[in-house]
Design a protein around this ligand. Sequence first.
Ligand SMILES: [Zn+2]
Length: 523
Amino acid sequence: MRTTKAGRRILGAAFVLLLVPFVATAQQEGAVDLGLQAVEVLKSYLRIDTSNPPGNEAQAAAFLARHLEEAGIPYEIFESAPGRANLYARLHGDGSRGGAIILLHHMDVVPVDALSWNVDPFSGVVLNEFIYGRGALDSKAYGAVQLVTFMALHEAGLPLGRDIILLATADEEVGGRLGVGYIVKNRPDLLEGAEFVLTEGGSASEIGGRQVHFVEVSQKTPLWLRLRVTGPSGHGAKPLRDSAVNRLVRALERIRIYRGEIKLVPAVAEVLRARASYLVDPAVAETFRNIETSIGDPAFLAALIEEMEPLLRNTISITVLNGAPSTNIISTEASADLDCRLLPGEDPRRFIATLTDVIDDPGIKIEPLLVVDAAESRPGTPLWRALEDTARAQDSEAILVPNVIPGFTDSHYFRELGLVAYGWTPFVSSPREGPAHGADERMLVANVERGPSILRDLLVRLAASRGAVGYPSMPPCMASPARSSASSRSVAMSSALRFASILMTRSSESMSRPLSMILKSSG
Ligand SMILES: [Zn+2]
């Protein structure tokens, strides 16, 4: 069987080559070139240390701008603070297809603990099949692919029916105040006529032998709070019962043991229902299709909480503590920061009121550090359909499912403005790719190489003017990435089955892949 299949593939490829002579070969070379170009851009991009803090995105913006300059594309770099730069460029269309699409990525990365890395985190080194570096997954590879694709569309002179905007921003990793937050507040002119945003937050995997694209449409909203309390000062040798630190500790203990109620909010229910479309076991799929009823079953609910608690309740992490500067001083002031994450649609004011009740001490002041209003994008838009068509050009059985992530990305800024923002990338993740924010962060070189042709395919579908319908689509050989091997397919299959067994409470061992996909997060 194996030989027959491989033989058929070779015959098929030969047939294509015979039928589509010169043009396809040129396009294929173009796609290969673009892929190699993206890898080269990424290598250099990873060598620029944009750890945030302090960020230093100005260096990265200048690096990206050099490419635009060479391609003859006008751009603008503007600083939101010294050294904190953002980059903007726009390809103009006639508007016949609709509003602009923004290709967004952030240039900053989270800091590294270099000792835990096996390679230099800022070397952009390629080892075996991987490219290593802080930001490889989050989100410089996507930035390199967006840049290369953007330049290729400009060079091809493709008549556009909508504008395409390239936006590389600062500061996403700590909330985006100096990046997208700054743009929304101070440079709304740059977003004029925008309708769609594509950025990080989505992922795709091979499950049950087909591609499943988890498109992020909604996220838990961060609510960062500072608790502050004052009290009498004193010497450490003479303890004070009601010192600021003691009162803070008492409040924090109440918060530590507090658990918010379990809720199935509409956005999460929709995501769980959509899971039915790729679950292998029909009985489990049915359970998810009727999630509102299923959640009434205590055993099912317990399994669900164990696997995906962050999507079922508001959470609080105590992250920063401050008291006296010295061991023998009783400080007049103490503070603690809380990283709270609210379910989509929750009201931050109501949550603060609940927290006030939990703390039950009027002396503790609650100061908001970061408040984000909840907003979501809906599936079913022209961008959603173009993504679906692009995925199916790669894998005829591919499906798109909406997803909610427990972390956050810059998408919320755009959703608050009423734009449709999706977390989607042209990459199909592999479990061998390294952790975003972790040591030895790495991406498969093959993913970076395929990225531009997939993104270009999407943009042609979404933004080419109707008159440009004849614009060549991807040659077939580039359009189908290496399908999963039989072994990786069976791994995906067995993890889906393991998932089923967890939910049937026959076993509750390790995390299943489908659910770990749901829980992928960013900031
Ligand atoms: Zn990111």
